[in-house]
Ligand binder design. Structure first.
Ligand SMILES: *Cc1c(COP(=O)(O)O)cnc(C)c1O
Length: 377
């Protein structure tokens, strides 16, 4: 099946077992006798799906009880705006951002609509080929929050250490590596990740939000006492995190289908893979196989990321020239390898090795890369 050799950066591949269950559920759900596409979001069936999705995420990631788990819409791009609307607007603090690639560069302009923004590190001049180390970040102790992207999907850069200061709320966009391995959730005030790279189909975004941070949101009582009238002007209902906390992600019609498939993916990860630590081991082996094949031909393949910052999820690389890259993509497609073109912003090539990409698929890509280099290198 082609799906087995889907290396697309997004939407990402989904596990074959999940695709099969989804196919059946579109026709008829055994539990209800109806199609998943026609199920009411107010049904007890869907309440159970939401509860299991949340519970599985809590178990897989060890999310403590003082964190909320929300299922939202608008993708990660809406989080770029909601975050500063809720936590920067009306304050005199500044929000700090690490700009380490295409996606993290999209967040600060949204925050500038809401208040003061500080860029504590910017990798643009270096072509986003490496990540900062802790000593390079001039962080301030009274920032409203620090925002970063744990895995730069386009450039293939992944943080191994968690940046930040203990007292500053840490916010992370984990859209392309949530559930790829363990996360120390308690280091974070807010984590968000849309589903379509590693968690499920597009249409739903997971937000993991610490309760005491949520209480600090604008419009909340402590913010009003501290910052007065300006902070009291309320947010649009849909853009206020507390709406989704209070309604347990059922304020309006949620993306039932996407949440259902996400729930199946979490179940697969729990039962078939055995959790995120096991997943991380497999992902590490997949990445070693593919980088190994590229590193064996250093004059031919050139990996975008500096070695210590290489992502296990997205392997971005180049060939000596555009003609060979076009030849590469054609040959790959002919042999059944899909989604290997680089992001439109930087071009080149990219192999994404999300959770659902099997070790066999990664091994067969590695072998194919070797063959291509032997032929054209
Ligand atoms: C793909 C991606 C996004 C964009 O998400 P949308 O859901 O399309 O808004 C944001 N952040 C990261 C890290 C991504 O990989």
């Amino acid at each position: 099946m082609n799906e087995q050799k889907n290396f697309s950066g997004g939407l990402g591949a989904l596990p074959l077992a999940v695709l099969r269950q989804t196919r059946d559920a579109i026709e008829v759900l055994p539990e209800t006798g109806l199609s998943v596409l026609g199920m009411s979001h107010r049904s007890s069936w869907f309440r159970a799906v939401l509860d299991e999705a949340e519970q599985n995420l809590r178990t897989l990631l060890g999310i403590p009880r003082h964190y909320h788990v929300l299922f939202m819409q608008g993708g990660s791009s809406l989080q770029f705006s909601m975050l500063p609307m809720n936590f920067l607007r009306g304050t005199k603090q500044r929000a700090e951002y690490i700009v380490s690639g295409y996606w993290s560069a999209k967040a600060p302009p949204e925050a500038r609509h809401e208040g003061q923004v500080g860029i504590v590190w910017d990798g643009y001049d270096g072509g986003y080929t490496r990540l900062p180390h802790a000593g390079e970040l001039p962080l301030s102790r009274n920032a409203a929050y620090l925002h970063y992207v744990s895995n730069e999907t386009v450039e293939g850069l992944e943080f191994t250490d968690v940046p930040g200061l203990p007292d500053v709320p840490l916010v992370c966009d984990m859209s392309s590596n949530l559930l790829a391995g363990p996360v120390d959730v308690e280091r974070y005030a807010l984590i968000y990740a849309h589903a379509q790279k590693n968690l499920g189909p597009s249409g739903v975004t997971v937000v993991i939000l610490r309760d005491d941070f949520a209480r600090r949101a604008r419009g909340s009582l402590p913010t009003m006492l501290k910052f007065g009238r300006r902070a009291r002007r309320s947010l649009p209902t849909m853009l206020d995190y507390r709406t989704h906390i209070d309604s347990r992600s059922l304020y309006n019609t949620p993306p039932v289908f996407a949440i259902y498939v996400l729930m199946l993916v979490t179940r697969w990860l729990r039962d078939e893979i055995g959790g995120v630590a096991a997943m991380a081991e497999t992902n590490g082996a997949k990445a070693r196989a593919v980088y190994g094949a590229l590193d064996a031909y250093p004059g031919f393949y050139r990996v975008h990321a500096a070695r210590p910052n290489r992502s296990t999820m997205n392997v971005a690389f180049r060939l000596p020239d555009a003609v060979t890259e076009a030849l590469f993509l054609d040959a790959a497609k002919r042999d059944g390898f899909h989604g290997l073109e680089g992001h439109r912003s930087i071009g080149g090539l990219r192999a994404s090795l999300y959770n659902a990409v099997t070790p066999e698929a990664a091994a067969s890509l590695a072998q194919w890369l070797t063959g291509f280099a032997q032929r054209y290198g």
